[in-house]
Design a binder for this molecule. Structure first.
Ligand code: PEP
Ligand code: MN
Length: 343
């Protein structure tokens, strides 16, 4: 249920509505927009009738959100959420590029990659320290040592860091090192992990499960937001289909589909989405063209030596070439958006 307050409603009236709802054992989520304040009611809706709230002072209207996800829906918040990560805004109209190796391997590798991706225009450095690998015999990541190397890369280059958290018990530790907590595809429905990252206020990069529907993705985001953390960035990273020529099928349909029904930003990972370095550039451009709020691209100084995801990693030259096109396309997209408004 959503309570829309009247324009300019008094603080005291807003607080009274919140206190009233809490009496019924329900939680609230406050959203202060430019125009109005909206209060989301979280919990079993049978506990409270709409009419009990609509009579309170300062209330404009009360309505039920029909979709199963509430706080993340556009019905709840019509304006786009813009997630601020240090000096970078994600979802604010300019696509943001996340780039870096699949895994942090050693100091030289991560520092060289960080400087290189920064030079070409990336704003966020990615790198796995705790790696979810299909085989227990594959490289599992450097763990804490990897986090320390990421911190060093941030200190030297000023790039913000995104790295994966797999275990709720690691959330606190990884939060000390990362600017964005990544919840990987395999963890999208690890509800204890979602609640744990939801209890922080760190931005969360929530990757779509490889067979998750749009509703399931948004329900996972709802878990995070219902714990109090509104800083969520969604990520399309390809789904499992019958095709055999690529690792996954990048579902670009989901970008405008999400943007229609949710206010959260969505970025695209064409590296895991294709699994092939030769497909990364065309799909990156397609993602920007379709309206993605950013890209996450795997880059390695020597892809042939990468300890994970060698086949899908771009080298410096390939990444530089891609970035030149991406920057042009971003310029075109902005021009188009502006001309659209004036038509
Ligand atoms: C990753 O981005 O490091 C990763 C493991 O991707 P995914 O969770 O999408 O497989
Ligand atoms: Mn990878």
């Amino acid at each position: 249920m959503v309570v829309v307050m009247k324009k300019g409603a008094a603080e005291g009236d807003i607080q009274h509505v919140i206190d009233f709802i809490h009496q019924f054992g329900l939680k609230t989520h406050l959203s202060k927009g430019r125009e109005r304040t909206i209060i989301g009611v979280i919990g079993e809706k049978s506990k409270l009738e709409k009419d009990q709230i609509s009579v309170l002072r300062g209330v404009s209207k009360v309505y039920n959100i029909l979709q199963p996800f509430k706080l993340v829906s556009r019905e709840f918040q019509s304006e786009n959420s813009v997630i601020q990560v240090n000096d970078v805004a994600i979802g604010g109209g300019t696509p943001v590029i996340f780039a870096g190796p699949c895994s942090v391997e050693n100091e030289r590798q991560i520092l060289d990659t960080a400087w290189m991706v920064k030079e070409f225009g990336a704003k966020i450095l990615r790198g796995g320290a705790f790696k979810p690998r299909t085989s227990p015999y594959s490289f599992q990541g450097l763990g804490l040592e990897g986090l320390k190397l990421l911190k060093k890369a941030r200190e030297e280059t000023g790039l913000s860091i995104v790295t994966e958290v797999m275990d709720p018990a690691d959330v606190e530790l990884i939060s000390e090192y990362a600017d964005i907590l990544q919840v990987g595809s395999r963890s999208m429905q690890n509800f204890n992990l979602l609640k744990a990252v939801g209890r922080t206020r760190k931005p969360v990069l929530l990757k779509r499960g490889m067979s998750a529907t749009l509703t399931e993705l948004l329900m996972s985001a709802e878990y995070i937001m219902s714990e109090g953390n509104p800083n969520i960035i969604l990520c399309e990273r390809g789904i499992r289909t019958f095709v055999e020529y690529s690792r996954n099928t990048l579902d670009l349909n989901i970008v405008p589909a999400v943007q229609k029904i949710s206010h959260l930003p969505i970025i695209v990972d064409p590296s895991h989405g294709t699994g092939r370095s030769d497909l990364v550039a065309p799909l990156s451009l397609a993602a920007i063209a379709v309206g993605a709020d950013g890209l996450m691209v795997e880059v390695h100084p020597k892809p042939e030596l990468a300890l994970s995801d060698a086949n899908q990693s771009l080298n410096a030259e390939q990444f530089g070439e891609l970035m030149r096109k991406v920057i042009q396309l971003i310029g075109w997209r902005k021009m188009h958006a502006e001309s659209h408004v004036t038509v």
